[in-house]
Structures are given as C-alpha cells and as structure tokens.
Design a protein around this ligand. Sequence first.
Ligand SMILES: [Zn+2]
Length: 234
Amino acid sequence: MINTKLPNIINDINTVLFPNLCFGCNARLYRGEQTLCTLCRNQIPLTEFNFSDENRLDKTFYGRIEVKKAACLLYYSENGIVKNLIHHLKYKNQPQIGDFLGEWFGSSLKDDTSLPTIHYVIPVPLHPKKLRQRGYNQVASFGTQLAKSLQAKYADDLLIKTRNSRTQTQKTRLFRMQHGKPLFALKNTQILQGKNVLLVDDVVTTGATLEACTKALFTCSDVSVYIATMAMVP
Ligand SMILES: [Zn+2]
C-alpha cells in the first residue's frame, strides 16, 4: 500500500516545491497545461502562413535565392511570449519547447495539400564546437516533430557548418570576402538529387543563414528547397 502511494506523494511534493511554469509568462501551469498556459496559447501571435499563399517570409528570399515556398508558425517580437519561449529553448536547456512547436506546426502542415511530399527535413546546423557547448541543436526537436508529421526523413548529418560564425562576425567584411569559404556545406552532394527538402530553423531575421544553407543544398543538382521556421521577425 505504502509502496504504491509513495510515488504519488513525491509527485505532489514536487509540484508544490517545483511547480511547472509557463515558458511564456512564468505563471503556474494547471493540470492539462503544458509548456504554455491557456492565456499565452490564446495570445501567441500566430502567422497563419501556409504553403499556398504568398507570405512575408517568402518575400524575404525574393531576388536572393530560389526557395520554393516558406512558412513559419509565429511572429517574433523583442518582448513577449515568443521571445521567452525561444530564449528558454536556446539558452535554458529546454529542448522540449521545440517538440511543442514542432507538433503544433506539424499538425497543420500535414493537412496542407499545397506542400508536396517532403523527402528530407534538414535543420540549420550548429558548428560542432557550439553543439558541444549547448549540448543540443535547438532546432533538432522541432525538425524531428515536423519530419514525423510529414512522414519525411530527419537528416541532421548532411548539411554541416564549416566555421563558427562568432569568429566570422569579429572579422571585417573585406577579410571575409578574401578568405570566405562558404559557411555551410553539403557532405554528400548526390543523396538529395530530385528530392524535396524542408529546411528548418528557429527565428528568421534577415534570412542570411537560410540563404547560405540553401546555397549549400544547391551544390547537389535538382534539389527543391522549402523552408519552415518557428518564428520570424516581422
Ligand atoms: Zn503563460
């Protein structure tokens, strides 16, 4: 009797001592709530972008690189729920936030008939040094959930980051132009031939990272690139 009740008592004590908090507003989560409280879920700025109508994220890439179609789940702002979510995901060791966002976005994408069959979901990679520091790629859980929803293969070993970008930003533009080997590279330039790739990232600001990744994907011939991200800066 005591043995079966003990875990429940420990759970109750844990709930009192370490209550689950909303990653959006820090409020205490109630039974049935996960990651975000109901209020934050209702207030979170959804883009409602899809893969048929032209949207603001598509326009980011016009004239720069041929992305077939792009969409993102949320609008990012300097304050608020989305910023708090992404901050916890990236810097507070909360990779499950990516699962939450990936499940959410994935459930709408799997019913989006304008998105063709996706063969590979590929995350924007971290440099191995950064990956060791953080312990995980913050896009991995998001990408894995999207791949699951779309019945695609999640591949995090094809696209690699060749340099740590922090060292890059410290150098001048001229230095980079003279010594500029690409920031991203494709390990295998055959495997993606004739395939539809969904490139995934966390927050799009200028689109430069996704542009560089797409360029690397195009070192394989006949690849179609689609983009899905958690959020964009409007
Ligand atoms: Zn909240």
